[in-house]
Design a protein around this ligand. Structure first.
Ligand code: 13P
Length: 282
């Protein structure tokens, strides 16, 4: 299967002043719904898989399923591994056919984070696979990773990290958080602007669920090009189940239920793609 470049997709977005949505999917329904939404809006798409999804479905089965979805979509799709803390699993996914992976060594000291990320970048580059790295610690819970506090990224460290690792996309801690915001996020727009202005490496925003329309607009204007959305997809999935049974309490047709949930997820994905300005950019 032909590889799609995350870096090229994101540089195009930076140039065009929009961001590509990276949606965490966890099964066939969520993947299909996400792709369908992007297709209907003619938008580029990042199909993102968390480590627990990879472990649950299995590396080979998951990539085969996603490659088939990608092949039939007719829009540019990058299949991306999210927050992988295990270099061996990252290499396994690189070998299996992911277009792009995130190696997350952000909990390690700076030098160790650089060394791990640079090693994976070298391995991935030889196989035409892109790498996202993270510096600083993003608050909240995402998959198998959680932190109660943010470790904010410093500008000078960010530049050194990107230069030393040669990552294709960079995720700094800018005040966003994974999961549901209990209070309004206070974002470090100045850091986004400074990194984006001085650095060619595309910037990634984690913790996209629950940011305001204005936050998205400003982040994109300042140079953010990949925005991660996970919690909103999970909520659409569960709320879809609940809504379906409220409306069809005696029905036991799984295909109708799947169709209903697919529609709910599709709407959430479409809303974000429109907010990110990525419609008609495929
Ligand atoms: P949310 O769950 O807050 O949307 O964050 C997603 C994310 O950043 C995945 O890495």
């Amino acid at each position: 299967m032909e590889k799609n470049s995350l870096k090229e997709m994101l540089l195009k977005a930076k140039h065009g002043k929009y961001a590509v949505g990276a949606f965490n999917i966890f099964n066939h329904i969520s993947a299909k719904a996400t792709v369908q939404a992007a297709k209907e809006l003619s938008a580029p798409l990042i199909l993102q898989t968390s480590v627990s999804t990879v472990k649950k479905i299995g590396v080979d089965e998951l990539i085969k399923m996603l490659n088939l979805v990608k092949e039939n979509a007719g829009i540019p799709i990058v299949i991306h591994l999210d927050h992988c803390t295990d270099p061996e699993l990252a290499k396994r996914c690189i070998d299996a056919g992911w277009d792009s992976i995130m190696i997350d060594a952000s909990e390690k000291p700076f030098d160790e984070n650089v060394a791990i990320t640079a090693e994976i970048k070298k391995y991935a580059a030889a196989k035409n696979v892109c790498v996202e790295g993270e510096l600083g610690v993003i608050k909240g819970v995402e998959d198998e990773i959680s932190s109660d506090v943010e470790v904010a990224t410093k500008y000078e460290d960010a530049i050194e990290f990107v230069n030393s690792t040669d990552v294709d996309a960079f995720a700094p801690a800018i005040g966003t958080a994974h999961g549901v915001y209990t209070e309004k996020a206070v974002l470090n727009f100045d850091l986004v602007r400074r990194i984006s202005d001085t650095c060619d490496c595309p910037l990634v925003v984690h913790g996209g669920t629950g940011l305001s329309d204005e936050d998205f607009r400003k982040l994109i204007e300042l140079g953010a090009t990949k925005i991660n959305i996970s919690t909103a997809i999970k909520h659409a999935y569960f709320d879809g189940y609940q809504k379906y049974f409220e409306q069809n309490s005696t029905d036991r047709n799984p295909l109708k239920l799947d169709e209903f949930i697919e529609k709910e997820i599709k709407e959430v994905v479409k809303t974000h793609i429109n907010l990110f300005g990525a419609a008609q950019k495929a």
